[in-house]
Design a protein around this ligand. Structure first.
Ligand code: 1HN
Length: 348
């Protein structure tokens, strides 16, 4: 415990701080407790966006700017505790992207990794390094770092997806690069489904392959498959008390997470399920795929339904009540924390 210093000592300290400040020096002892708090002290707050409430803004954006003009027509979901920082957690970005029939979002690449989780509509595609994949609600799609990617919607309905990017992680390391492709749309080099065929069936080419460095070579994980897996699992074992039936998306070549910085998950909660509280150091963004329920985060409760998005901050206990059978997709920076030996969890 520090005791209050004598006025003469206080003056001497203030004088010292003032002079050293001119030389860009500052005393650690004044900030130490903030730098190393006893447990995570985050500006990230729990928040939920009702899809029905924000969808009109997304659609209105479609009227005031084209995808081509915007490059990416996205509404960023900003954490209410960190407005102006383009992030939903301290390390991760989240946005809702709209592409209307006939539109294209021009090709570019960057060192930031992106995931797409399809929220509404079918028939748009995303192209990654020469291969297109058609989007359907619930599909989980990856854009690996430094791969050319563009989106298009040759279908007949608006398509909306959630973008998750590791922007703040790349920013932290000042490792961001970006390039625009010389054409708006990159050429198609492989048939649709090629990567899923090569890597998505418990098989792999004979030669070692690392097409996207640390990222899964499967860049589209269809919802049909994830849903079926959860359904089958639910028939053979009891749900986990905290998570229901929860699985992570994997890189089949390594067994690790599908992306090096972002972990992605899908879980099924049975009708009437009331989970035990659970906390972990990876602040997590959820997109509700099916069902309605309530999530309690710390002292706050939020009702959720299909297509809603919510965020659970680091080290805040979350528990779920599923009114109907629920499917939740989620993503967090867990792989990055695990790689750095930082990740912790606590059940109950
Ligand atoms: C980006 O490239 C996409 O490719 C979406 O769809 C959102 C946010 C920040 C920086 C790049 C996309 C993005 C982004």
């Amino acid at each position: 415990m520090q005791t209050a210093a004598q006025p003469a000592v206080q003056d001497a300290r203030a004088d010292l701080y003032r002079r050293m400040d001119r030389d860009n020096l500052t005393p650690l002892w004044e900030v130490l407790h903030n730098l190393v708090p006893p447990q995570p002290a985050t500006p990230c707050v729990p928040a939920l966006w009702k899809y029905d409430a924000i969808r009109p803004y997304v659609m209105e954006a479609g009227k005031v700017i084209t995808a081509r003009e915007a490059v990416r027509r996205v509404l960023i979901l900003e954490n209410p505790g960190m407005r102006g920082q383009s992030c939903l957690t301290r390390s991760l970005y989240c946005g809702l992207q709209l592409i209307l029939p006939g539109e294209i979002a021009p090709s570019h690449r960057h060192t930031q990794s992106a995931l797409r989780f399809i929220v509404e509509g079918s028939g748009a595609y995303t192209a990654v390094d020469g291969e297109r994949t058609t989007m359907h609600p619930g599909d989980f799609i990856i854009t690996p770092p430094w791969t050319w990617h563009d989106h298009g919607n040759p279908g007949g309905e608006p398509v909306v997806w959630m973008d998750g990017l590791d922007i703040q992680i790349v920013q932290l390391f000042d490792a961001g690069f970006m390039e625009t492709y010389p054409e708006e749309v990159q050429p198609v080099a492989r048939p649709e489904g090629d990567s899923y065929n090569r890597f998505g069936h418990n098989l792999a080419p004979l030669e070692p392959v690392a097409p996207f460095a640390r990222t899964s070579p499967i860049f589209s994980y269809p919802y049909e498959r994830s849903r079926e897996t959860l359904e089958t699992l639910s028939k053979s074992e009891d749900p986990d008390a905290c998570h229901g039936w929860k699985m992570r998306f994997v890189n089949p070549l390594t067994g690790g997470f599908a992306m090096p910085t972002i972990g992605s998950f899908v879980q099924l909660l049975p009708r009437g399920f009331a989970s035990q509280p659970y906390r972990s150091t990876d602040a997590t963004v959820y997109s509700v795929v099916e069902g309605a329920g309530t999530v309690r985060i710390g002292a706050q409760s939020f009702a959720f339904g299909p297509r809603d998005i919510f965020v659970v901050p680091s080290w805040q206990a979350a528990s779920f009540e599923a009114h109907g059978e629920c499917v939740l997709f989620s993503y967090s920076d867990r792989p990055a924390q695990l790689a750095l030996g930082l990740w912790r969890e606590r059940r109950g």
